[in-house]
Design a protein around this ligand. Structure first.
Ligand code: DGL
Length: 272
């Protein structure tokens, strides 16, 4: 069996990146860890996010992963550089891939970014976007109610629409942006609701596709893409309630039942 790609997130949001990795790299085995018990990371201080992210990274490094994907924007914003400097395997986050995707799509150079309080406070997207082009105009907005809503499995319907509508109102009023980055890996799960509220004229993008492409490029560069004939086996770990995690996982992989059959879900405990 080949070494797996490790993916970490504060909860279920990183599964949107896993979904894309399974689609683009169907031969690779994945190990996912969602720290559902301590989710959300968004409102937490930087030091705490760093500590939790390192605990997740160590848990997966123990499992001999060949690469680490930090599929959480908040964890990426605060910890990516440290992980890249200190781990001996390649590590990537989701912010730079998301910024690159947005730059490809925008025509009027006005880009919106929505994310957790931590991600928006860190200005990581603004820095990543401006490093691509200093002329971009970036409009950022923290959306603290979205993650709890997603973790409860509320993804659409009147309740979801009301919360999204109220939260995005300040951005909508300005009416400038033509591209909106979902700067949180939980948000693709409510993408349809966000698109409905922000309007069809705005391109809503998530970083999952671009991140998966980058994983593929890096593994190819290091000659570490799996090219054997064994079927992949995926292991998903959660620190929280197994039932809720399994329900949301099933929802995300509904259309990919063949992939889902190769997944086992287990409970993980991290040193608290
Ligand atoms: N998945 C996290 C992110 O992308 C959001 C959830 C949280 O606040 O922990 O920022």
């Amino acid at each position: 069996m080949s070494r797996a790609i490790g993916v970490i997130d504060s909860g279920v949001g990183g599964l949107t990146v896993v979904h894309e990795l399974m689609r683009q790299l169907p031969k690779e085995s994945l190990i996912y860890l969602g720290d559902t018990l301590r989710c959300p990371y968004g409102p937490r201080p930087e030091d705490e996010v760093k500590k939790f992210t390192w605990e997740m990274a160590d848990f997966l490094v123990e499992k001999n992963i060949k690469m680490l994907v930090v599929a959480c924007n908040t964890a990426t914003a605060f910890t990516l550089e440290e992980l890249q400097n200190q781990l001996s395997i390649p590590v990537i986050g989701v912010i730079k891939p998301g910024a690159r995707a947005a730059v490809k799509f925008t025509k009027n150079t006005h880009i919106g970014v929505i994310g957790t309080e931590g991600t928006i406070r860190s200005s990581a997207y603004t820095k990543a976007l401006k490093s691509i082009s200093a002329h971009l105009c970036v409009n950022s907005l923290a959306c603290p109610l979205f993650v709890p809503m997603v973790e409860q499995g509320v993804l659409s319907g009147i309740e979801a629409e009301k919360i999204v509508e109220q939260t995005l109102l300040p951005m909508k009023k300005q009416n400038h942006i033509d591209t909106l980055i979902l700067g949180c890996t939980h948000y693709p799960l409510i993408k349809d609701t966000i698109q409905k509220v922000i309007g069809g004229q705005v391109t809503v993008i998530s970083s999952s596709e671009e991140t998966a492409r980058e994983v593929s490029t890096i593994l190819e560069f290091y000659g570490q893409l799996y090219n054997g004939t064994s079927s992949p086996g995926h292991r998903f770990y959660t620190t929280g309630e197994m039932g809720v995690f399994a329900k949301i996982t099933e929802g995300i992989f509904r259309e990919a039942t063949d992939y889902f059959q190769s997944v086992t879900i287990e409970k993980a405990s991290l040193p608290y």
